[in-house]
Design a protein around this ligand. Structure first.
Ligand code: FES
Length: 127
């Protein structure tokens, strides 16, 4: 996938079908993603594939938050080996350089839409 490609929004599910603080998996042309809506309504979209375990499980992870340098960081913990990832950019909090990748996501016309990949997953299947 070319990250410099023009933004392409793709409807992946109905907005009303997306729960709060529980991930939903969606299939894009370039792979699977996990979409999370926080209790304040903020949407995040990260890679669904656990870069440590290699399985598509992140949407089933535990959503929460942690505080880093006084800033509240939204997180998802992998259900496999429990690594915790920053939902804002997909980066692993315990293993620098490892990331789920992240995508643009928005709610539009009753649909959840995913846009372009803004951070590449490490260990991406295209590589
Ligand atoms: S998702 Fe962009 S290179 Fe694979």
């Amino acid at each position: 996938m070319n990250v410099d490609a023009p933004s392409t929004w793709r409807a992946v599910c109905r907005d009303e079908g997306l729960p709060t603080e529980r991930g939903v998996a969606a299939l894009l042309a370039e792979g699977q993603v996990a979409i999370v809506r926080m209790s304040d309504g903020t949407l995040y979209c990260v890679g669904h594939r656990d870069p440590f375990g290699g399985a598509n499980v992140i949407a089933r992870g535990l959503v929460g938050s942690t505080t880093i340098d006084g800033v509240r960081v939204p997180t998802v913990a992998s259900p496999m080996y429990k690594q915790v990832f920053d939902l804002r950019d997909g980066s692993c909090l315990s293993e620098p350089g490892v990331t789920l990748g992240s995508w643009e996501v928005r709610s539009r016309d009753g649909n959840i839409e995913v846009g372009r990949c803004v951070a590449e997953p490490t260990g991406c299947r295209d590589e």
